[in-house]
Design a protein around this ligand. Structure first.
Ligand code: AMP
Length: 397
C-alpha cells in the first residue's frame, strides 16, 4: 500500500457538506495567550479551500495534555478560535464541548462556508484510547472527514483514526505535503539518495537506520551517535557519549552497509571538549587519535568537508539530527556546515522534525530546504518505515 495514493481534500465533493477536519492546533500558550500561531497559520490552506468550496467546516484538535474526561479552561481551544477568526477574516464559532449538545447544535446550524471549532478532543476520555463510541460521535457531527494533523498521525486516537471507519476520508494539504516529500523519498527517490543522521543516541535512531540502510546510496552519521560507531570500529573515543550495549548493533549495521554497497561515512575529525559544557576548553582531533579525558562535541573541519563533498550531486537528502551540541555556539559549526551543504546541494532536501528542524530554522536555513517536517515523533516513525495509523486510515484514490 502506497502512502502516495491517499485521497486529498480536492478529491472530495465538499459543497454543502459538513466536513470534520482534524487540525494540529497544539499551540504554545502563556496564561491563555498564544505565543506562536504558526500551527494555526499552517492550517489555513486546507480551511480556506473548504470555505471557498462551500463546505460547512467543523474543526477539531488536541491541546496539551489535560486530564482526560474533564473540561479544563487552561486547555480550552477558545484562544485558537479567536486567532483563527482574525486570520480567516470571519467568525469561527466555538463549541462549549467536544461531541456534546453544544457541538451538535452548532454543527446543525452551520451554513455553507461557516467554520466552527470543537473543544479540545482530549477532554473526552475515549480520545487517546481510540474509543469506538467516541469515534462514532465524531462521525455523527459530519458527512466527510479530513485529517491535517501530521504531528498526531502516529497516534491511533478517535479523532485521528477511529472516526475514519464511519466517514469518507481524505488528507489535508499539510499531510499531503508530508507524504508527498517523505513518501517519495522512501518509495521512489530522485537518486542518489543520501541520509545524514545525528543527534545524541543511536538507540533513538535504530529504526531509522535499519529502514534507510535498505534504501540509501550514502549514509552519513555524525553527532553523539557517531561515537558508538567509532567504538565499534575499535577507536578510542575518550569520554564521548557512547551506548555500550549498541556497539554490536553498530558493527552489524556497518557490515550491512558494506554488503549492500552503501557509502557509509563517519567523522574523521572532531571538536572535543574537556567537559560537557558550553564554554569548555576545546580542540580539534583526528578520530583515530582521540585523547583520554576529552569528549567529542562536534564534527571537525575535515569532516565538514567530507560530508559536504558526499552531498554534491545527490538527488535527495534526508537529514535528521544535529552533528554536535549545536545549542552551544562553540559546537555548532558542524551542524551549520551540514545545513549549508544540504541547502546548496541542489537535491530535494527533507529535514526530519524535532531537533534538526529546530536547528535548521534557528540557523536561518528554513527557506532553503524543500521540506521541513512538522512532526517530530511522526516524522521519525515515517522514516522508520512504520505505517502511521492516522495516514493508513485515510481512503485511497
Ligand atoms: P536528537 O533529539 O536525537 O536529534 O538529539 C539532539 C541532541 O543531541 C541535541 O540536544 C544535541 O545537543 C545532542 N548531541 C549532538 N551531538 C552530541 C554529542 N557529540 N555529544 C552529546 N550530545 C550531542
Amino acid at each position: 500500500m502506497s502512502v502516495l495514493n491517499k485521497k486529498t481534500v480536492e478529491d472530495l465533493d465538499v459543497a454543502g457538506k459538513r466536513v470534520l477536519v482534524r487540525c494540529d492546533f497544539n499551540v504554545p500558550l502563556d496564561n491563555g495567550v498564544i505565543t506562536s500561531d504558526k500551527r494555526i497559520v499552517s492550517s489555513l490552506p486546507t480551511i480556506e479551500y473548504l470555505v471557498k468550496n462551500n463546505a460547512k467546516v467543523i474543526l477539531c484538535s488536541h491541546l496539551g495534555r489535560p486530564v482526560a474526561g474533564e473540561f479544563d479552561p487552561q486547555f480550552s481551544l477558545a484562544p485558537v478560535a479567536k486567532r483563527l477568526s482574525e486570520l480567516l477574516g470571519k467568525e469561527v464559532k466555538m463549541a462549549a464541548d467536544v461531541v456534546g449538545e453544544s457541538a451538535r447544535a452548532l454543527a446543525n446550524t452551520l451554513q455553507e462556508g461557516d467554520v466552527m471549532l470543537l473543544e479540545n478532543v482530549r477532554f473526552e476520555k475515549g480520545e487517546t484510547k481510540n474509543n469506538e463510541e467516541l469515534s462514532k460521535q465524531f462521525a455523527a457531527l459530519a458527512d466527510l472527514y479530513v485529517n491535517d494533523a501530521f504531528g498526531s498521525a502516529h497516534r491511533a486516537h478517535s479523532s485521528t483514526t477511529g472516526v475514519t471507519a464511519y466517514l469518507p476520508s481524505a488528507c489535508g494539504y499539510l499531510i499531503q505535503k508530508e507524504i508527498s516529500f517523505m513518501g517519495s523519498a522512501l518509495e521512489n527517490p530522485r537518486r542518489p539518495l543520501a541520509a545524514i543522521l545525528g543527534g545524541a543516541k543511536v538507540s533513538d535512531k535504530i529504526g531509522v537506520i535499519e529502514n534507510l540502510i535498505d534504501k540509501v546510496d550514502t549514509l552519513i552519521i555524525g553527532g553523539g551517535m557517531a561515537y558508538t560507531f567509532m567504538a565499534a570500529m575499535g577507536y578510542h573515543i575518550g569520554t564521548s557519549i557512547c551506548e555500550n550495549d549498541k556497539i554490536e548493533l553498530a558493527k552489524s549495521m556497518m557490515e550491512k552497509a558494506k554488503a549492500k554497497g552503501v557509502k557509509f561515512l563517519l567523522p574523521v575529525d572532531n571538536k572535543v571538549g574537556k567537559a560537557y559544557a558550553a564554554d569548555t576548553e576545546n580542540m580539534i582531533v583526528d578520530s583515530k587519535d582521540m585523547p583520554d579525558g576529552w569528549m567529542g562535541l562536534d564534527i571537525g573541519p575535515e569532516t565538514q568537508k567530507l560530508f559536504a563533498d558526499a552531498l554534491v550531486g545527490a538527488g535527495t537528502v534526508i537529514w535528521n539530527g544535529p552533528m554536535g551540541v549545536s545549542e552551544w555556539e562553540n559546537f555548532a559549526a558542524g551542524t551549520i556546515a551540514v545545513a549549508t551543504a544540504v541547502a546548496n546541494s541542489g537535491a530535494v532536501s527533507i529535514i526530519g522534525g524535532g531537533d534538526s528542524a529546530a536547528a535548521v530554522k534557528k540557523l536561518g536555513f528554513a527557506d532553503k530546504m524543500s521540506h521541513i517536517s512538522t512532526g517530530g515523533g511522526a516524522s521519525l516513525e515515517f522514516l522508520e518505515g512504520k505505517e502511521l495509523p492516522g495516514i493508513a486510515a485515510i481512503n485511497e484514490k
